[in-house]
Design a protein around this ligand. Structure first.
Ligand SMILES: [Zn+2]
Length: 269
């Protein structure tokens, strides 16, 4: 757990995605919860040392941002689409996902369940707690339901996977909206950007992310216009020097194939 400001703590080592909390005078706000139940329990205990957990904000519907909800108190808040996707999630699929992405997290206790958000919104929602403001802004991109959590008093924004310092993940993405959302993030008056994955960074991350998205979109669109099929497109991307840092090991190479399949589907017509 890293202390980023007097009030912001971020864990980048757990369960794939960043898990954060903001400490206010009137309690703690958690942003994204760990996928591995043991990590979620540990983090919930840590957060409680700083006060009562009042709100848990899920920045997107993917399991690695929401599965730990059931181990916290407080009220869960998300975009309404995130709640809908969580309603469809099931525990058997969760176990299979842990097996693939974080096998150390198994077995799953019987107390695990998908804890659904109690408050949802569609465009924006502002929470006030202690001296802090949490502006929740719908920013579709990595999924149609991603949100940013902007905390002006800390000059910080939590982006979930709309900013990801590794490979962008497209399997539920809306690429054109994603680029617009990155422009809207640029307009925020912040110094601290907490991405969905990777170390805490600054505003430069938004333009870097836009470049990465455009590279993917252009590469797949080019391949389609050259008449390549999905398999050939995957091979072409692996050879392309713009993608020299793609993951070669672990579960992540499979995300590369999924990315290509998704973008191919979107741009083939
Ligand atoms: Zn995600």
């Amino acid at each position: 757990m890293k202390k980023i400001t007097d009030n912001i703590y971020v864990e980048s080592e757990f369960s794939r995605c960043n898990n954060s909390y903001v400490v206010t005078k009137d309690g703690v706000v958690v942003i994204d919860t760990p996928m591995v139940p043991a990590n979620a329990k540990k983090m919930a205990e840590e957060a409680a040392k700083f006060g009562t957990v009042r709100y848990i904000i899920n920045g997107e519907p993917h399991t690695d941002h929401v599965a730990g909800n059931c181990y916290y108190g407080g009220t869960v808040v998300s975009h309404e689409g995130t709640r809908r996707m969580m309603q469809e999630a099931d525990v058997a699929a969760f176990k299979e996902q842990l097996q693939r992405l974080a096998p150390g997290g198994l077995p799953v206790d019987n107390d695990f369940h998908y804890r659904l958000p109690e408050i949802t919104f569609s465009d924006t929602l502002t929470l006030y707690l202690g001296d802090h403001t949490f502006r929740l802004i719908h920013l579709p991109g990595h999924t149609p339901y991603n949100i940013a959590v902007y905390v002006p008093e800390e000059r910080a924004v939590f982006t979930s996977d709309n900013v990801n310092l590794g490979m962008p993940i497209f399997f539920n993405a809306v690429p054109d909206k994603w680029l617009d959302s990155l422009k809207r993030l640029e307009e925020l008056d912040v110094d601290i950007v907490v991405p969905g994955h990777g170390e805490v960074c600054g505003k430069e991350a938004f333009s870097q992310m836009s470049i990465k998205l455009k590279d993917w979109v252009n590469a797949v669109s080019d391949a389609i216009s050259r008449g390549l099929n999905v398999k050939e497109t995957i091979a072409a991307i692996k050879r392309d020097k713009r993608f020299a840092d793609l993951p070669q090991q672990g579960p992540d190479p499979e995300f590369l194939n999924t990315n290509v399949r998704r973008l191919y589907e979107i741009f083939k017509n």
